[in-house]
Design a protein around this ligand. Structure first.
Ligand SMILES: [Zn+2]
Length: 146
């Protein structure tokens, strides 16, 4: 297993430093191990945003740009904080792009579903012309038997 060749920022505890150096910190799950219970933000989210824990207070370091961040607050977005402080970081940029792609894909699916509904339930020339209006069609639900 290849070890991390990142240049770690100051790690106060020698034990912690040795442990960090024994991990493959390029692996998200290893970074997650270091972050457990050490931040206002969820460990998995921190690890995915590139952060690893340096062992004191709430200092974390990015595996890619080596940037160090601290003073995390509840509700901080680990990736957006990363981009705000180290906008040149390629890992943060990549993760952000992935995130945008995922949300766009979600939107596409919705549009696709809408299109499928239009095909399945066409309403071109209703038998009762008033029913072209959604307001008139909605009224029919008030009259339905219960
Ligand atoms: Zn970074």
């Amino acid at each position: 297993m290849s070890r991390t060749n990142v240049r770690l920022a100051n790690v106060k505890s020698a034990t912690c430093k040795a442990w960090l150096k024994s991990l493959n910190l390029h692996d998200c799950n290893s970074r997650k191990l270091t972050l457990r219970n050490n931040s206002a933000c969820e460990a998995g989210e921190m690890a995915r945003a590139g952060w690893l824990y340096l062992g004191d207070a709430d200092r974390v370091q990015c595996i890619s740009c080596s940037g160090v961040a601290r003073e995390w607050r509840e509700g901080n977005d680990p990736l957006l904080e990363h981009l705000a402080q180290f906008p040149w970081c390629s890992l943060a940029q990549r993760r952000n792009k992935d995130r945008e792609t995922i949300s766009e894909a979600g939107e596409d699916k919705t549009n696709f579903e809408k299109a499928a509904q239009v095909i399945a339930y066409p309403l071109t020339e209703p038998a009762i012309p008033a029913y072209t209006s959604i307001k008139e069609r909605s009224k029919t639900f008030e009259r339905r038997p219960r």
